[in-house]
Every structure is written in structure tokens, then in C-alpha cells.
Ligand binder design. Structure first.
Ligand code: RRO
Length: 305
């Protein structure tokens, strides 16, 4: 078993599920708890329960996936109950993912979810709320939401970050994260504004039309974004690398970029919870091959040309 050092956590197992991948009920979360995942993340929860979009809303396409789920979840009160039950059944840290639709909701969610959560994962990057921008791309909103959540919790907070395709925008977010005191960064969420068209059927395959692209295609955006966080925070903010990890070697590259632990969603969908052990074993072999005594030793070690 490989250990990860993620801030104050010494994790037995280096992976978690990327929020949204089979994690919206107690049964599904218990499956993750019983796997070789080192920590557990919940589906993003909102103030009201949501059925999500009617669909079709999810496809696996090779090593990629596209989704327009639309935030289906049981609502924050039920999620608080699920997580307190989960915590009686596992010692693994639980990141509770949340998304308020306004400041009041954000504060209320933070207050109610905090007692059971180890960490609040603030999802500022859902790409599937049609007609709404992703909060993280708006610096003023980002700062206001994070300040409100910090006011209402005594737990550490993580931000689930969208892919930044522009370095200036990512730096702007980093400045806010530093000012507000973000404790962990999970990078990256899916790439929004994507579309799947079946040319044979001349059809847009998602309803609503646009969705978030996840999976292997995201790897290089993820590595780039993680490296920028690592360089900005000089390693002081622990990073969970997420986006396109299909093998232990991909996770190794995330570690070299600066990630301390990893999340997987598309691969989890494809393979089930066995993916965590498989990829961890592959990562362990990579670390040995490159003469690293531990995962922590490899973090940020990508050499420059
Ligand atoms: O539920 C979703 O549609 C969803 C969410 Br909350 C997210 O953060 N990322 C994504 O690709 N889909």
C-alpha cells in the first residue's frame, strides 16, 4: 500500500473518487470506503435535492467521457445525514463537495455539512448549469463565496477548480485562494462547453446540448494547471491531481507536476473501484523505477529542459 501526505493527512492509499463518480448515496460511498481509495469524496450537494437533467446525459467514449448530469443529488440535509453515517463506518477522510447557488445557501451548506465533513470541497466549477457561468471564472464571485464559506465552517476547505486555459486567470484565482486561505486544491474539473455529435445520426447526443468532457484528453491541461498551482504556492497548498488519469504512470506525472494525491472519475466509471488498487500498484512500480523512496519525495520533481 502506498501512502500519501496530503496536508495534515497521512493517507493509506493515494486516490479518491473524482466528485460525481458513483458517490451520491451511502451504498456507493461505502463501496469507495471499502476499496483501496485513501480518501472519499461525495457528489456535489446543493441546497435543494435535484434530479439533474433528464438526459441523455452521460457517455463513455473510449478513455474519455462527456456528461451533462446537471448536479443530481439528494440535497444538503440528506447528504449531511449520509456523511455522518459514512463516518461511523470508515476512518478514511471524507471530502464533502458542495455548491450553493447564492451566498446565503453557501453559508447554510457550509454550516450544516461541516460537523460530519473532514474537508469541505467547494465546487466552483460545475459546467452543466445551463445559462450560469462557472463561478471560478469570476474573481469577485469566487472571493465572496469563499469568504462566506470560511465564515460558516471551522473545517478546512478545498476548491474544485475548473480547467484554466489562460494562465492570467489562473494566477488571479491563486491570489484569491491565498488571500482567503484555501487549504487544498483539486484540479481539474471537466472541460465545459463541449458537445458530442453523432455524425451518422446527424444528432447532438446530449440533452441539454452541451456538457463537460472528462478523461484522458484532459491530462495535459491537468498537468499544466497543477504545475502552475505548485509553483504559485511553492508546495504550501496540497494539490489533488484530477483529470485523465488512466494509469499509475499518469498519476506519477501528476506527482512530478506537483500533486500530492489523485482523483479519478472516468476511469472509476469504466473500471469500478478496483481501478484505485491497480493504479496505485502501477504508481508504486514507477516510483521504484525512478528511485523515489516515497510518493512525497516525487512531488514537484519534474525537471525542466
Ligand atoms: O453534475 C454535473 O453535471 C457535474 C458537476 Br456538479 C461537476 O462538477 N462536473 C461535471 O462534469 N458535471
Amino acid at each position: 500500500m502506498l501512502k500519501a501526505k496530503l496536508g495534515e493527512y497521512e493517507l493509506d492509499g493515494v486516490f479518491t473518487n473524482g466528485s460525481g463518480a458513483n458517490d451520491d448515496s451511502l451504498d456507493k460511498l461505502l463501496q469507495i470506503a471499502d476499496s483501496r481509495a485513501g480518501f472519499i469524496t461525495t457528489k456535489t450537494t446543493t441546497f435543494l435535492p435535484r434530479p439533474g437533467n433528464p438526459g441523455p446525459r452521460f457517455y463513455i467514449l473510449g478513455n474519455n467521457a462527456i456528461n451533462a448530469m446537471g448536479l443530481p443529488n439528494p440535497g444538503y440535509k440528506e447528504m449531511a445525514r449520509i456523511v455522518s453515517e459514512l463516518k461511523t463506518r470508515t476512518k478514511k477522510p471524507v471530502f464533502v463537495s458542495m455548491s450553493g447557488f447564492n451566498l446565503e445557501e453557501s453559508g447554510e451548506l457550509a454550516k450544516t455539512l461541516s460537523p460530519a465533513a473532514d474537508v469541505l470541497e467547494v465546487n466552483l466549477s460545475c459546467p452543466n448549469l445551463m445559462g450560469k457561468s462557472q463561478i471560478i471564472y469570476n474573481p469577485e464571485q469566487t472571493e465572496a463565496v469563499l469568504k462566506e464559506i470560511k465564515k460558516n465552517t471551522n473545517k478546512k476547505i478545498a476548491v474544485k477548480a475548473a480547467p484554466f486555459l489562460d494562465p492570467g486567470m489562473q494566477n488571479e484565482f491563486c491570489e484569491i485562494a491565498k488571500k482567503v486561505g484555501v487549504d487544498f486544491i483539486v484540479a481539474i474539473n471537466t472541460v465545459g462547453n463541449c458537445m458530442y455529435i453523432d455524425a451518422d445520426r446527424e444528432k447532438i447526443m446530449l440533452k441539454p446540448k452541451w456538457g463537460g468532457l472528462g478523461g484522458e484528453a484532459l491530462k495535459m491541461i491537468g498537468w499544466g494547471n497543477v504545475r502552475r498551482y505548485y509553483e504559485f504556492f511553492k508546495g504550501s497548498v496540497p494539490i489533488i491531481g484530477c483529470g485523465g488519469i488512466v494509469s499509475g504512470k499518469d498519476a506519477f506525472a501528476y506527482a512530478l507536476a506537483g500533486a500530492n494525491a489523485f482523483a479519478s472519475a472516468t476511469t472509476l466509471y469504466k473500471e469500478g473501484v478496483g481501478c484505485f488498487g491497480r493504479m496505485e500498484d502501477e504508481l508504486e512500480a514507477e516510483l521504484k523505477k525512478h528511485n523515489y523512496a516515497s510518493l512525497a519525495d516525487a512531488v514537484g520533481k519534474a525537471k525542466e529542459f
